[in-house]
Design a protein around this ligand. Structure first.
Ligand code: ADP
Length: 358
């Protein structure tokens, strides 16, 4: 099913074509065979977290105040596309507060009872990180409202008509919820968070710093401009930047390089068919189909998908968000249109009307 598009041009592929997405080098989610938590590269402190300056300043203040008051801070909601650092921030919060962190996720909680047993075993001040919190089952969500607000959980004892619930008082703790779909969170749950942060795609200069930092951790020496070339191809997403850096490291190892130059980055990543703008084979196939076969559009989604030999859903949820966000493609009521930037990227001169409008 088509998902509603957010203002960033990002469409969540959670229920979309996740399989196709999981095979792409430029996927913002972990790909097959890749560790979900990239511990080696995760910064531990807020200072080590690259970019997102406003969010860092707000969160820094919020945590300092809680520490000074010596209480567990209000619950925190982290919203934004995958791969931008939500899990990393949750770990950082626990580290900065010097408290333990318990990690679970919406899909891992199958019954309200699963959540009740996690909640009833939390220590005072502990952080409970719930990834993909929008995917919690309804009954668990309701249990969570009460636990977050009243620090209480009702434990069911017995079964059938004789069953009764015993209220159990919980110590104060902090829930950190992460979601790629803030709109899917019911408002009562959203209202329980005292601090909400929206993570946005990273600009090139921040990604460049991130690549430099990761290269140091991995022991890779980057020459001038190599980090920049990686940043250009990382689609605004730290997870992608780190993945591409590892593939560049493979290249350096195989070619016995002590240092990695910008041309090594270009050559290594062109092996994976990733171009100077971070577009991969499928993105380019879509743009070429619109420009070469449909004269730049407008073209309907189904026709476009048939032309590139993919499901319409794959094109819409996996490929288009980045193309729209980067200004290569516009969705109009009549169909998809390639912009001047797309024509030029393919080495073609855009027609006059496209130049004027897009
Ligand atoms: P999310 O939970 O939003 O999907 P993660 O927190 O798992 O994303 O981040 C993906 C990877 O990117 C991790 O390996 C993390 O180390 C790295 N990362 C994300 N954001 C940053 C950042 N701001 N600074 C440094 N590394 C980051």
């Amino acid at each position: 099913m088509a998902e509603k598009q957010m203002s960033t041009g990002y469409i969540d592929t959670q229920n979309g074509d996740a399989q196709e997405e999981s095979l792409r080098m430029v996927s913002a989610r972990p790909i097959e065979g890749e560790p979900v938590s990239d511990e080696e590269l995760r910064p531990e402190t807020l200072d080590g977290f690259i970019g997102q300056p406003r969010l860092k300043a707000q969160l820094g203040l919020f945590l300092k105040a809680a520490k000074k008051r010596d209480v567990a801070p209000d619950h925190i909601l982290l919203a934004g596309p995958p791969g931008l650092g939500k899990t990393t921030l949750a770990m950082i919060v626990a580290h900065e507060l010097e408290v333990p962190i318990r990690v679970t996720s919406g899909p891992a909680v199958q019954h309200a009872g699963d959540l009740a047993s996690i909640l009833s075993s939390l220590e005072a001040g502990e952080v409970l990180f719930i990834d993909e919190i929008h995917r919690l089952p309804r009954a668990a969500e309701e249990l969570l409202y009460i636990a977050m607000e009243d620090f209480r959980v009702d434990v069911m004892v017995g079964k059938g008509p004789g069953a009764s619930s015993i209220p159990l008082t919980l110590p104060r703790f902090t829930v950190i919820g992460a979601t790629t779909r803030e709109g899917m969170l019911p408002s009562p749950l959203r209202a329980r968070f005292g601090f909400t942060a929206h993570l946005d795609f990273y600009p090139e200069d921040e990604l460049e710093k991130l690549v430099e930092r990761s290269a140091k951790v991995l022991g890779i020496v980057l020459q001038d401009d190599a980090a920049h070339q990686l940043a250009l191809r990382s689609r605004g997403t730290p997870r992608i930047a780190n993945r591409l850096l590892r593939r560049v490291r493979d290249w350096a190892i195989v070619h016995d390089l002590d240092q990695v130059g910008p041309d090594d980055v270009k050559q290594a990543l062109s092996l994976y068919q990733i171009d100077s703008e971070g577009l991969d084979r499928l993105d380019l196939a879509v743009l070429k189909a619109i420009v070469n076969s449909f004269d730049g559009g407008p073209v309907g989604l189904n026709n476009l998908a048939a032309m590139v030999g993919e499901e319409a859903e794959t094109v819409e949820t996996v490929c288009e968000p980045y193309l729209v966000r980067e200004g290569f493609l516009v969705r109009t009521p009549k169909g998809r249109v390639a912009t001047s930037k797309a024509w030029e990227h393919l080495g073609r001169k855009p027609p006059e009307d496209v130049m004027k409008l897009f």
